[in-house]
Design a protein around this ligand. Structure first.
Ligand code: SF4
Length: 281
């Protein structure tokens, strides 16, 4: 699919994913959006950011996709929930953008991370872009909630060097209350990656009073340790940097009074994972 003639002038590059971006793909007819999602020849991106040291091994170039089927109460990028909030970009142009950084990424032992939003909402585009990165010799990471993991074949999964899997909480009811969706597909995806021997980094957002139940942490730790392919667990402290987006988008934000966890609370959470035999940061 050619680059849409009416693509907006907003540049793909952004200083960080906390820039609010909305309606950038609204001019694309619905049928073209559907075709894009089916073929993956065109995708929708919030932005490209460079120089990240927290989105995978080494220094990363990150493409932030739009579209997410979950509604996490602590989401810091709710503008990425809607596919057409993103910039429409052909897979060729997204690949060309990534190619600008290929040499630097190799020198710095870094790579390319596809994040979001939820990249598997655009699974055809996601796998085309990941494959293109791999063909350039770039290390590939996908950060995902795993809900649509079944959309990728085993061969396609083999093009992803590292999956950063978000496990948000434990238990069906708590998970639905936090994200709006079922936890089972995420856990099934983790087990499938384990069976395939594909590495995982687990990402867990620690929110005081919401996700810090010690019993839940122990359950997540036990599950992750039992997989055998979890290389590390990242405990991410909750923050309020995305709050303004909820307000601008006129969405109901329920965590206005939530505080970031203390250093001690983060350490305690890491200790729970370490006690299960995992590497945790
Ligand atoms: S899965 Fe990620 S992008 Fe989707 S709502 Fe949750 S935190 Fe936001």
């Amino acid at each position: 699919m050619p680059e849409p003639a009416h693509a907006p002038a907003t540049p793909l590059a952004a200083p960080n994913p906390f820039v609010l971006r909305v309606n950038l793909g609204n001019a694309i007819p619905e049928t073209d959006v559907r075709t894009a999602l089916e073929t993956g020849d065109m995708g929708f991106l919030h932005s490209f950011t460079t120089g990240s040291t927290v989105d995978g091994p080494g220094v990363r170039v990150v493409a932030w996709t739009t579209g997410c089927m979950w509604r996490c109460r602590y989401c810091h990028n709710p503008d990425t929930w809607t596919v057409t909030n993103g910039i429409p970009v052909s897979v060729a142009n997204a690949t060309a953008e990534l190619a600008k950084y290929r040499h630097g990424l190799k020198v710095m032992s870094g790579g390319f991370t596809l994040s979001g939003g939820e990249p598997l909402m655009q699974h055809r585009f996601a796998i085309k872009l990941i494959t293109a990165a791999r063909q350039m010799g770039i290390h590939t990471t996908m950060e995902t909630n795993g809900y649509y993991g079944e959309k990728l074949s085993d061969d396609e999964l083999s093009t992803i060097d590292l999956v950063m899997l978000g496990i948000k909480t434990w238990g069906a009811d708590k998970h639905r209350a936090l994200t709006g969706m079922d936890i089972a597909p995420t856990l099934a995806f983790a087990k499938r990656l384990a069976a395939l021997g594909r590495p995982i980094w687990v990402r867990f957002v620690l929110v005081p009073g919401l996700t810090d139940d010690p019993a839940d942490l122990a359950q997540i730790a036990g599950f992750a340790a039992g997989l055998g392919n979890v290389e590390r667990v990242e405990v991410l402290p909750f923050h309020q940097m995305g709050r303004f987006k909820w307000e601008k988008l006129e969405r109901t934000y329920t965590l206005q009074d939530a505080l970031p966890p203390t250093v001690e609370a983060c350490q305690h959470a890491c200790d729970v994972f370490r006690k299960a035999g995992l590497v945790a940061h």
